[in-house]
Unconditional design. Structure first.
Length: 551
């Protein structure tokens, strides 16, 4: 019945007072837990988690688990309450499953606090991107140290107690845990359980500030009460698209340059006044009416939801073959992609021709999920334990994350000046010359030295750090072959064999181009080399028979 009075300020105040008192009483009661209480909780966790998880020992051995439990049990008499909590986090993180987790942000009974600021790990460092008005003077500062640790070391240290499959999930979650004083204290980086010293740098000038935890860590992503000051505040102009309409689960916009931009922040059956299916039908229908030339699906901050809703966006895409092309369908991904959003990436990768741009995802393609609560009897803390294995279209897919076709990451100056390098990179690459087109001029002249230089430039570009260069060069050669530019294809395939001399596939492709060029003897030599490198390469064996040679 209390919820019916939330619009009444007096009821809100009463409710907040009741909650605050409950948290104080809970924390007080739990602080009195004895070693025997903790041991009972540890015993239940150690026995029940492996029973409930589909395969708790997929990434560790039973012996490692038992040894860690035994060691923690022996140390319990010497550990303080906040240290026990963090050691339980470390234990659960051993499972190597992002959904099997114990986190102070998700259980108010833990009673941890939070500094009134928000951190973000940019590619150029850890920054304070927002804070309450009392700390406005440190917004935009780069964090150099936390306690005795460098910022980079602090991220690594806290990463050891984060449940994850992917190191990218550590980057997503570390910023939150580094703002919790009890976690810092337990890991040797705090002044005490409520404060820590942050060494920061503002406009090149170093200083040290002592921060104190005020708000609750649970259910409070940033710990910022009242007015929030953001490091974008001093820069004029609109926020980039991905930061607009923060209260909406999904929304779309058609830009003047005929782009349908869709921001998809959570995979819900129903949100913002309409169903998932209705929203995507409406968004793509609007794109059809406007005759859009490209679609951008932005899921960088999508942490998941209901897996069964993913089919609605996929269906709208595959119904539109004119849009379902690598240079027209652009999916923006990043470290925040998790759970059902990772499964959406899997579906888009399998069923569409999308180009993925951004950072690697925070989840692995094959993942344990559908976490269920395990309540520890004495503390009543809740550990989330996965109950199902979700598999992508490759059952043997052992990747810890999904990598983008084109890498792009936001830097602190991008954030400060309201630029979106991920979207900008996606559109520039989609509208620019293809890799094959950039090689074609030199290849047509037979200038293999220039072809190699252009490939080297492509290879050294950070945007291509996750690409398979051998496959890209091969694809460029086949594009030329399909266009009837046989000599140019021969030049490109020749360079690929020189760059990847241990690859049978490069010689197989070269043999095909030489055969089409009417250079039989050279084709036989290339196919023979391919078979020498891989006796099971039947395309080369068949080609040798076709050319009258001994396979």
């Amino acid at each position: 019945m209390l919820a019916l009075g939330l619009s009444n300020p007096r009821m809100k105040t009463m409710r907040n007072s009741i909650l605050a008192a409950a948290v104080i009483l809970t924390a007080s009661a739990l602080s009195a837990q004895t070693t025997d209480d903790w041991r009972e909780d540890l015993r239940i966790l150690a026995t029940e988690l492996p029973k409930r998880h589909p395969n708790a020992f997929a990434k560790m051995t039973r012996e490692q688990w038992d040894a860690t439990v035994k060691s923690l049990d022996a140390r319990l008499p010497q550990l303080k309450r906040h240290e026990v909590v963090v050691e339980l986090m470390r234990l659960v993180a051993m499972v190597g499953d992002g959904h099997t987790a114990f986190a102070p942000e998700f259980d108010e009974r833990i009673g941890f606090h939070r500094f009134p600021l928000q951190l973000y790990d940019f590619h150029d460092g850890l920054y304070i991107i927002s804070a309450d008005s009392a700390h406005a003077n440190i917004v935009g500062a780069r964090v150099v140290t936390i306690g005795p640790s460098s910022a980079a070391a602090a991220v690594q240290t806290v990463g050891r107690v984060i449940s994850r499959e992917s190191p990218n999930w550590i980057r997503a979650r570390a910023a939150s845990l580094l703002a919790i004083p009890e976690v810092l204290a337990a890991l040797g980086m705090g002044r005490d359980t409520l404060s820590a010293d942050f060494g920061i740098e503002i406009a090149g000038k170093p200083r040290t500030v002592t921060l104190r935890g005020t708000g609750s860590a649970a259910g409070n992503a940033h710990g910022i009460a009242g007015q929030q000051v953001d490091m974008r505040r001093a820069h004029p102009g609109e926020d980039p698209l991905w930061q607009r309409m923060p209260g909406l689960t999904w929304w779309f916009r058609i830009t003047p340059d005929k782009l349908l931009y869709i921001n998809h922040r959570a995979i819900a059956p129903f949100a913002d006044g309409e169903s998932n299916e209705a929203f995507f039908r409406r968004a793509f229908a609007a794109g059809d009416s406007a005759r859009v030339e490209r679609v951008v699906l932005d899921i960088r901050t999508n942490g998941g939801g209901n897996n069964f809703m993913n089919r609605h966006v996929v269906k709208e895409i595959v119904r539109r073959p004119d849009i379902d092309k690598p240079d027209k369908l652009l999916v923006l991904i990043g470290r925040g992609v998790f759970s059902a959003a990772q499964n959406l990436v899997n579906e888009l990768d399998y069923y569409t021709n999308a180009t993925f741009v951004g950072e690697p995802t925070g989840n692995s393609p094959n993942q344990f999920g559908d976490a269920r609560p395990l309540e520890l009897p004495r503390s009543t803390f809740v550990v989330r334990v996965s109950s199902l294995l979700w598999q992508s279209h490759q059952a043997a897919d052992n990747r810890a994350w999904f990598t983008p076709d084109i890498y792009a990451e936001m830097g602190s100056e991008d954030y400060r000046t309201k630029h979106d390098p991920v979207l900008e990179t996606a559109l520039r690459r989609a509208t620019g010359l293809s890799f094959a087109r950039r090689l074609r001029g030199a290849a047509e002249l037979g200038d293999t030295a220039e072809v190699r230089r252009r490939i080297a430039g492509y290879r050294s570009n950070d945007e291509n750090m996750y690409r398979n260069i051998e496959a890209d060069v091969n694809a460029a050669g086949y594009e030329m072959l399909r266009d009837g530019q046989t000599d140019a294809a021969v030049a490109v395939f020749t360079v690929n064999t020189a760059m990847f001399p241990a690859s049978a596939n490069t010689y197989d492709s070269l043999g095909e181009a030489l055969e089409k060029a009417g250079k039989k003897d050279e084709a036989i030599a290339a196919y023979s080399k391919a078979v020498q490198l891989d006796a099971r390469l039947f395309s080369s064996r068949d080609a040798l028979r076709r050319l009258g040679a001994n396979p």
